[in-house]
Design a binder for this molecule. Sequence first.
Ligand code: F6P
Length: 327
Amino acid sequence: MSQKLKRIAVFTSGGDAPGMNAGLRAVVRTSAHYEMEVFGIHGGYEGMIDGNLKKLEIRDVGNIIQRGGTFLKTARSQRFMTEEGRKLAFESLKKNKIDACIALGGNGTFTGAELFYREYGVPIVGVPCTIDNDLYGTDFTIGFDTAVNTAVEAVDKIRDTAESHDRLFFIEVMGRNSGFLALHTAIASGAGHVLLPEKEMTLDDLVRNLQKSSRRKKLFSLIIVAEGNPIGRADKIAEEIKAKFDVFDTRVAVIGHLQRGGAPSGFDRLLASRLGNGAIEALQDGHKNVMVGLVSHQIKHTPLSIAVKNQKEINLDLLRLAEMLAI
Ligand code: F6P
């Protein structure tokens, strides 16, 4: 242990993700174990700037492990992106005698955290939370598994109606510029086609694939569309495909923010418990600006600068699998 930390602050920032509450519970209870006081900052960096923090006791995080969202609230702060905003944030942490912070969030959150550490030297440990699973330094982010399950459940339901009407369905899932959510959803729901940001594909390629399916007597089709794919949004693709391949009646479903809500899966609760605990232990071990992640089932520390700069690659074997099974 390098230094005795007495007072730490924890916050959630960026898009919420199922399992954030379980992560907060682990942070608060592990802090109690190490006899540190922990303060919850409300509304992410916005709350840090405004000094909106409150001491959290172990009972404050009871009965939240199973809840989606984040009881501390979250925000995408524009003010923290300014020098003035970060200065105010530092002053408010100093005023409250905060020794270190734990940030639960995604790439934007950690980009801000890394800059803040460089400017003001406040130790800050990141816990990866995003349904997009797009963070380097962890095999999985908190919330991803739940979002995949939510999307799969939705696709299963759409499958019933698609099959009953022999329809072509374009189903758009979130993921920003990454295709993890789309690819995992496509494989787990047995969808015939998937459009990913990581794979170059044209409308003509898609038409050829659909023609192939049709020759194989496929009477309905499910196409999972990652929101960041290079062709465009699901409604636009559906329109254009209709003009080129008018064999099926076509419909569009955008799952949207449904994927961000709901009770976290068992996997996400376990991951959040491990990483929340790991974040406090990282501070105890003297880490100052790292992200805790799970790599091959083990807790790993990745410098925030590396976590935010590197791109996590999609598993090409999974893409191959999706294509092989979608016949
Ligand atoms: O990063 C999580 C995410 O849900 C993305 O998949 C999506 O592109 C984005 O956030 C939506 O953000 P907002 O809720 O701010 O519209």
